[in-house]
Design a binder for this molecule. Structure first.
Ligand code: HEC
Length: 132
């Protein structure tokens, strides 16, 4: 009986551990098979808006903090015809920077090869105002 109590107490302790303890809290969400997106809070907003022009698989190939994601999205708004995210800006940035931070490993069970190094990529198209 003592042993049983001990086990009950132990499992209670373990289940109470904060998810962040081992830095895998991002991975506790399943990945949606179709979009390749981590199904963490806010993923639907990204799934609705970020599949229209390219596959959302472009998202796990990139990573960065909130400033990185803000800049990437702003670039699409300024040059690629992406609409203003209006009230979804914050939850979208929150979702992306949390689940696709700079350090995130590219999931090689989804991708065939690593993306090209940025210096091997062509220049991004100029913004309309910059055209000479
Ligand atoms: C209106 C069209 C459009 C929509 C909608 C769109 N994008 Fe893009 N996005 C583009 C184009 C065009 C490119 C550049 C071409 C490419 O790499 O396929 C691009 C490239 C990217 C890149 C790669 C940037 C780089 O530096 O190589 C990422 C990451 C990205 N988009 C994320 C998103 C996210 C997140 C959303 C949703 C908020 C989104 N896109 C919605 C048009 C769009």
């Amino acid at each position: 009986m003592k042993r049983l109590l001990y086990l009950v107490a132990l499992s209670g302790l373990l289940s109470g551990l904060p998810a962040q303890a081992n830095d895998t809290n991002v991975k506790q969400y399943p990945v949606d098979k179709q979009s390749g997106l981590i199904m963490a809070p806010g993923w639907e907003l990204v799934n609705y808006q970020c599949n229209a022009c390219h596959s959302s698989l472009i998202i796990p190939q990139n990573g960065g903090d909130e400033a990185f994601w803000r800049e990437t999205i702003q670039w699409m708004i300024d040059t690629q015809g992406l609409w203003d995210l209006s009230e979804t800006w914050d939850p979208v940035l929150q979702y992306l920077s949390t689940n696709y931070p700079a350090s995130s490993d590219i999931p090689m069970d989804i991708f065939r090869r690593l993306p090209l190094e940025s210096d091997a990529l062509p220049e991004k198209p100029a913004t309309p105002g910059e055209k000479g």
